[in-house]
Design a protein around this ligand. Structure first.
Ligand code: ZN
Length: 489
């Protein structure tokens, strides 16, 4: 397996694509406008203690002073937070230097909310330097797996000689992780924490000590696994930042980094832009001539496999078999690229041959096994639908890049001009009874007015006669063809 990671950086957004043998497997996007301060660690200075509120204002160098409550102050030795009944003045005084982490972004006139309980995270772990607890994410619900991870972490800590130096939480992503991966994470966290605490001790004024890694750095931390051949970065600045990051925390990855200085945009060159467009459309073409239709509802994702329009009769069964095989690998890739999770129902084209059915099922199992997100093929229903589940991780690509269509409100379909015309007729009847104006003017979109003047013209004439009033028509530009208005003149 030869994987490449492509990193495209602009001031507004960073996009990362994982390409495996030329096929895009994963796309990650982060927009700078959405990045808040939560998780950032600062050296701050107490500017005011508010005994009445059991809180204090802290300057962390942000526009507004930030806020800390006594219940968020770590008490050394207690391995837990201070109690709300403790007095804030016992811990903080004006001018005192404190190391704090942001738990809530500033909102309006309110400054950020802080804690002195610090934590930093890696791919599989959250490290809490002031604690000694070891916990497992609640989202890992398998009791055996929880126990295995606890033991694995204890073993890794021992091998890295890091036992008893802080607390840890095994994150949801740790599910299925091996010893070497946990050890690599521990080494990363140790280096990271050494840097953060050294900078904290040296800080003389309010200063940012640690920020959750930007996407391009996080990508390298999380995705630079064995099998990755190179990491291509199209921005000189980010490339340099990555080099520094790797030499400091992940020296084994440094050799994979490459700067892409080319004229042609990196994502165009590797067909990722095209892949992104495809990943946002409902229909996905297959080479065999067939296509997939992918529908996402709140409850589940359904994938319908279809043959192409022309299928020779002679090889029908063979064509269906090939289409289903291609569909299996394409749908697995689409699930990853779109980042779809939850319940997934696949409707393959019916196959008469028992052996073909078995092979398609096996092909699906094989491609899904390579998906890093936990997934399970749960069965084949009576109607031949394949049911599976895939773990939800990040937001789906669609949630990230799209919003509900304001025209159809997410239904995905619109009333036909014919339906709108009949609604107009009913409305005219109501209005004609309620008011005694001589003329009713219909305002509607071009398509609806066209229909009233053409196919429905006889009906409009009949209606005019029936109500004894004049109906006039006017085109009103509106991007929603369902909209219309009746004006009394
Ligand atoms: Zn729509």
């Amino acid at each position: 397996m030869s994987e490449e990671i492509l990193v495209n950086v602009t001031p507004m957004e960073t996009r990362v694509a994982v390409v495996d043998n030329g096929a895009t497997q994963d796309i990650h996007i982060e927009r700078s406008a959405r990045k808040g301060m939560v998780g950032n660690i600062y050296a701050g200075k107490v500017v005011r203690v508010l005994p009445g509120m059991q809180a204090a204002f802290v300057d962390i160098g942000a526009e507004r002073t930030s806020f800390i409550h006594v219940s968020d102050i770590h008490v050394p030795g207690s391995d837990g937070r201070s109690r709300a009944s403790d007095a804030i003045a016992d811990y903080l005084h004006e001018g005192k230097k404190v190391i704090v982490q942001v738990t809530k972004d500033p909102l309006g006139s309110k400054g950020a909310r802080l804690t002195t309980e610090l934590s930093v995270s890696s791919r599989y772990l959250v490290f809490m330097p002031q604690s000694s607890h070891v916990g497992v994410s609640q989202r890992i619900d398998d009791g055996e797996e929880r126990q295995r991870l606890q033991q694995l972490l204890a073993q890794a800590l021992e091998q890295e000689e890091m036992t008893g130096q802080g607390g840890y939480i095994l994150r949801t992503a740790a599910e299925g992780a091996g010893l070497e991966e946990i050890r690599a994470d521990l080494r990363f966290l140790k280096r990271l924490w050494t840097v953060v605490s050294r900078r904290g001790k040296a800080a003389r004024k309010a200063e940012l000590l640690y920020t959750d890694l930007a996407l391009h750095l996080r990508t390298v931390r999380d995705l630079a696994r064995p099998g990755v051949e190179r990491i291509l970065v199209d921005s000189r600045e980010s490339f340099t930042a990555l080099q520094e990051f790797c030499s400091e925390y992940m020296p084994e990855v440094s050799g994979l980094l490459e700067h892409y200085p080319g004229e042609r945009p990196l994502f165009d060159l590797h067909g990722i832009e095209e892949e992104l467009q495809r990943a946002l459309s409902r229909k996905v073409e297959l080479k065999s001539g067939g296509y997939l239709v992918i529908d996402q509802t709140e409850a589940m994702t359904t994938i319908d496999v279809n043959t192409g329009s022309y299928v020779g009769r002679r090889n029908l069964e063979e064509t269906i078999f090939k289409t289903n095989l291609e569909a299996a690998s394409m749908l697995a890739r689409q699930l990853r690229v779109r980042n779809l999770g939850g319940i997934i129902i696949v409707d393959f084209i019916d196959m008469r041959d028992e052996e073909h059915r078995r092979q398609v099922h096996r092909a699906l199992e094989k491609v899904m096994a390579r998906d890093p997100a936990r997934n399970k093929i749960t069965g084949v229903s009576e109607l031949g639908l394949v049911e599976m589940t895939r773990k939800r991780t990040r937001e789906s690509l669609e949630q990230l890049l799209c919003e509900e269509c304001p025209v159809c409100n997410g239904r995905g379909v619109l009333k036909t001009a014919e339906t709108v015309c009949y609604e107009i007729f009913r409305e005219i009847m109501r209005d004609a009874r309620a008011y005694d104006n001589d003329t009713l003017m219909v305002l509607a979109t071009q398509g609806v007015i066209d229909r009233l003047l053409d196919e429905e013209s006889a009906n409009v004439a009949d209606l005019e006669e029936f109500i004894g009033k004049t109906i006039s028509l006017r085109v009103e530009p509106d991007n929603n063809p369902e909209h219309f208005d009746i004006v009394l003149l």
